[in-house]
Design a protein around this ligand. Structure first.
Ligand SMILES: [Zn+2]
Length: 328
């Protein structure tokens, strides 16, 4: 039995799933994140991996690799993590090396949105063959992940797709990054709730409640329509910058369902109505909302985990070395 485990480490919880070599899910677990210190985070990861194995009824020796999505900037060569503010990992921290030592298996680390993009790509490819895709995650933050020519595109610094920090309105609110009027500061979940609180006079509604209220309350409707306007431009930005075949939208806010999707489709139609170029680049069917039942973050992490055991890889390397010697 060769098990791979995928983990999605968030600021509040860690979700994990193990699959066998045929790709069948064998065990899963969810736990609250404890990131008070790096040591506590590491032992939390080890604990959840043990829980998944318990759920699968299989021993540690069945595990061949792990893929892990984490909210931070990953240095791909040495596996250090920086700017993972939610996890208290600010300095470049050698997370991959530490986890590999703690788990005793190869670990692939990826930024959480990039990992989810990889999951979304597999989800979308189940219904049609695609070579390129942008995944736009809208939750407490906004970011995108890109699949170009069938490969996850990270960029020179692992930051490709961080479009949440593109300023869209210089008079807009201050963003956590320091700039003003970033897409994230205007259209992520907390921004929707904050604007609704302003126009509904301290309503204290959650983002989800604002979306649900939009159909019957004009102020909430305006906030949602304005947000959809920003998001439609973000979708167009991804299509114009990368000319991808599909834009898949996910993240917590997209789970508001029809209340989220309908205003976005309307805003995209408005952009199309002014420009044949936009109409050709952003037809309605190019944009899909990911199924709320599909956990793109965890699935992407699973697909990123190497599917060969270290022994099998060693054998491969030896064979390659032999054939190289033979051809000399
Ligand atoms: Zn920003």
């Amino acid at each position: 039995m060769n098990l791979r485990v995928g983990l999605d480490i968030g600021g509040t919880k860690i979700a994990a799933l193990a699959v066998d070599q045929a790709g069948n899910p064998r065990g899963s677990a969810v736990r609250p994140t404890d990131a008070a210190t790096p040591d506590r985070l590491i032992s939390g990861v080890v604990d959840i991996v043990d829980l998944v194995l318990q759920d699968a009824g299989l021993p540690r020796s069945a595990l061949v690799s792990a893929g892990i999505g984490i909210p931070g900037q990953i240095e791909p060569v040495n596996g250090t993590v920086s700017h993972a503010v939610n996890l208290n990992l600010r300095e470049p921290y050698p997370l991959r090396a530490t986890l590999q030592k703690a788990l005793g298996i190869p670990v692939v680390l990826e930024n959480d949105v990039r990992a989810a993009a990889w999951g979304a790509y597999h989800w979308a490819c189940a219904s049609e063959s695609l070579k390129s895709l942008a995944y736009l995650s809208i939750g407490t933050g906004i970011a995108a992940g890109l699949i170009l020519d069938g490969h996850l595109y990270r960029g020179a610094h692992g930051m490709a797709g961080e479009i949440g920090h593109i300023p869209m309105d210089s008079d807009g609110p201050r963003c956590s990054c320091g700039s003003f009027g970033c897409l994230e500061a205007l259209a992520a979940g907390p921004a929707v709730a904050a604007r609704a609180a302003e126009s509904l006079r301290g309503s204290g509604l959650s983002t989800y409640e604002v979306y649900k209220l939009a159909a019957t309350n004009p102020q909430a409707g305006r906030v949602v329509a304005q947000t959809a306007g920003y998001l439609s431009r973000a979708v167009l930005l991804l299509l114009m910058a990368y000319d991808v075949e599909k834009v898949v939208i996910g993240g917590g806010v997209s789970r508001a369902g029809e209340a989220f999707e309908q205003p976005l489709r309307q805003a995209m139609a408005d952009l199309r109505s002014h420009s044949p170029l936009v109409a050709s680049m952003m037809p309605d069917n190019k944009v899909v909302i990911i199924s709320p039942d599909y956990n793109a973050g965890v699935m992407g992490a699973v697909y990123l985990a190497p599917d060969r055991s270290p022994e099998a890889r060693q054998e491969d390397n030896e064979k390659r070395e032999d054939s190289r010697l033979l051809t000399v």
